[in-house]
Design a protein around this ligand. Sequence first.
Ligand code: PGA
Length: 252
Amino acid sequence: MRKPIIAGNWKMYKTAKEAKAFINESLPLMKNKDVDVVVFPPAIAIPAVAEALAGQELVKYGAQNVHWAAEGAYTGELSVGMLKDAGCAYALCGHSERRQYFGDTDDTVARRACAALAGGIIPVICVGESLEQREQGIALSVLAEQLAGSVAGIPAGQAENIVIAYEPVWAIGTGKTATAADAQEVIGFLRKELGKLFSDAVAEKIRILYGGSVKPGNIQELMSQLDIDGALVGGASLEAVSFADIVNYSNK
Ligand code: PGA
């Protein structure tokens, strides 16, 4: 059984003080013990989040990006060791905004993910097609290539520990969600591709999340799909009540 993950990607929102206030407000509202809950604050707010989360097990936290080198002249980047030191359990790798605005490629995403996994951080590897690619009918072939490139070098023996997030670029922050059936179709396809890349047994264990305009109103239908193992939530993860509602989806 794959344990679902509900993750909040805060992007470039919330100061340390705001992050702490969010945790204090949302923690008592989250009642679902059957999911792994993860928040991805801006890196500078991670220590405040760590402090606010101390002494509980439900909510873990991670970084929005991670570098592949142990240390070095990489201005603006953070290493796996630094994330571990700050208590991070997860790291996003290759979010579409990193790919779109900051030059991440399948190759750099794979390097980030491999380094994270080797250092004991769970990489959440993001893939997703653009609107243009979807309209051209090439979404699945684009995704197959992106997925293969972004997990290149992950040892098959450890691949069950990675997490994939399918986030169609046209659904991020636009209010347009893929229908649950569309998301299931793509995520089922990605699982088959993971089977080819690793093995079917490994692919059955890898958690694949959907992301793109997930809200309290659509989480339940998404989660009822066979292959969807959770959600990576942007906008709706910024507000304590809506994030807790998403976490508590199965209690509704
Ligand atoms: P959204 O963002 O929920 O605001 O669409 C999702 C994401 O970028 O991870």
